[in-house]
Design a protein around this ligand. Structure first.
Ligand code: FAD
Length: 425
């Protein structure tokens, strides 16, 4: 008999998990607290370690058609606007076999939602899960209207996860940084000095600005991030637009020109959490931001959630596929075919395999993201040192990204750590 799986949360992580486990032949219900499925926000970057999974699921062509394949990731100094380094994304695709792309997050969410619908996932809205039980044979999601028992419950309920309380009494960690976003029609930037084919990151003292095109080049996306002085003082009202303007006042004209296009009526305070060693207890497991919310500097939060989903689905499949272990050209695009219902897998083995593979990799992403953010935001002599390091970098040295962009995150064999915990770069 097939098993029943409940996924709590219908964000990118929850839908990816539901799709992956449905593809493995299991019967999946998603419980979402909102009255409809959707995503708020602007663009996101999707690295090759995720596009290889979208390809395997038969979704990469659609995702690519909705997004943009940028030519480079360019890093510049936000104060003087000078070039610091670049990553050639054509070469990245050659090396890893899969592209680096940017997409509006609602478009990626929409692709996953349509795939879940056509795969037969039961998608339920207006259900807020308030608690869980878990035993060696099953788990239950508890909500205001009753309980939903299942063989397995996977909680993808985000940064403020209720399920995480089963594992830890920790709280989200404030970085005191805040993000403003803005995605506008491309003609709004016609007069500005912007790159239309690249992801550009301007790094500055306690601030940075990211820019890239979206939706086949019809839109232009920006994310402006800065440290809030009010947050450092412990004030509740932090991250307001006056702080945005003050944070970027010393930046170059190209950066300041983009700021008036940001949405100024909403902002996102940047939190992460301390890494957890285990995400599984009995038949309850965490995934996505519920398990490993990162600071966004490596652009791997949603990517990690999709990797989690792949690992769960792979181990739940009747004949587990081996994780890809080779870099290189990709195989032909598979079709998204309906998957036959399969008998229940050995869930204890599936969850144990998941727990063996994922927490260590995501711990490294979380801690490296913190260090990478510090590196971006240097001021004074440290800024000069950072710029020298970046300018002297061999543009085709992939030793800093192989562990992220390659398939190693899908297997227990991990690459050596680039920034061990506690390292300040
Ligand atoms: P969420 O998106 O938070 O989804 C959780 C879902 O669960 C929501 O639908 C919510 O309504 C639902 N839910 C919550 N509680 C309950 C409950 N009790 N009961 C039922 N439902 C519930 N990642 C990248 O990969 N690339 C990027 O370029 C990138 N850029 C980013 C830029 C910024 C400024 C930020 C803030 C993040 C960025 N990220 C990026 C990170 C990425 O957005 C997140 O890691 C990812 O969206 C997490 O997905 P999730 O499904 O785990 O959680």
């Amino acid at each position: 008999m097939t098993s029943s799986v409940v996924v709590v949360g219908g964000g990118i992580g929850g839908l990816a998990t539901a799709l992956s486990l449905t593809r493995a032949g299991q019967r999946v219900t998603v419980l979402e607290q909102a009255s409809s499925f959707g995503e708020v926000g602007a663009g996101m970057q999707i690295a090759p370690n995720c596009t290889r999974i979208l390809h395997e699921w038969g979704l990469l062509d659609e995702v690519t058609s909705l997004g943009v394949l940028p030519e480079r990731i360019v890093m510049k100094d936000a104060v003087d606007g000078r070039l610091l380094s670049a990553l050639d994304l054509h070469d990245v695709e050659r090396r890893y076999g899969f592209p680096y792309l940017v997409i509006h997050r609602s478009d990626l969410h929409g692709v996953l939602l349509r795939a879940c619908r056509s795969a037969g996932v039961d998608l339920v809205t207006d259900v807020t899960v308030t608690g869980y039980t878990s035993s060696p044979t099953g788990a239950t999601a508890i909500h205001d209207g009753g309980t939903v028992p299942a063989d397995v419950v996977i909680a993808a309920d985000g940064l403020h996860s209720v399920a995480r309380r089963v594992f830890s009494d920790d709280e989200p960690v404030s970085s005191a940084y805040v993000a403003y976003r803005g995605a506008v029609p491309i003609d709004k930037v016609a007069e500005l000095d912007v790159h239309l084919k690249d992801v550009v990151v301007y790094v500055g003292p306690r601030c940075h600005l990211v820019q890239y095109p979206l939706r086949g080049g019809e839109m232009f996306n920006q994310v402006a991030v800065f440290e809030s002085p009010k947050a450092k003082l412990g004030l509740a009202d932090w991250g307001t637009p006056d702080e945005l303007d003050a944070a970027f006042a010393g930046s170059c004209p190209q950066v300041r020109a983009g700021l008036h296009l940001m949405w100024r009526d909403r902002w996102w305070r940047m939190f992460d959490r301390e890494p957890l060693d285990t995400w599984v207890t009995g038949r309850l497991a965490l995934t996505g931001d519920a398990a490993h919310p990162p600071l966004q500097y490596l652009a791997q939060g949603a990517v990690m959630a999709i990797e989690d989903a792949w690992v769960l689905g792979t181990h739940a499949a009747p004949s587990p596929r081996p994780a890809p272990d080779e870099l290189g050209p990709r195989p032909a695009s598979p079709k998204l075919e309906p998957h036959a219902v399969q008998p229940a897998p050995d869930w204890d083995a599936v969850l144990a395999a998941y727990n063996a593979v994922r927490p260590e990799h995501c711990r490294r992403v979380l801690t490296t993201a913190r260090s990478w953010g510090e590196f971006w935001h240097h001021d004074g002599p440290e800024r000069a040192w950072r710029n020298e390091v970046l300018r002297n970098r061999n543009l085709y040295d992939y030793s800093y990204v192989d562990w992220l962009f390659g398939p190693t995150a899908l297997t227990p064999d991990q690459e050596p750590e680039m920034f061990p915990s506690g390292t300040s770069v």
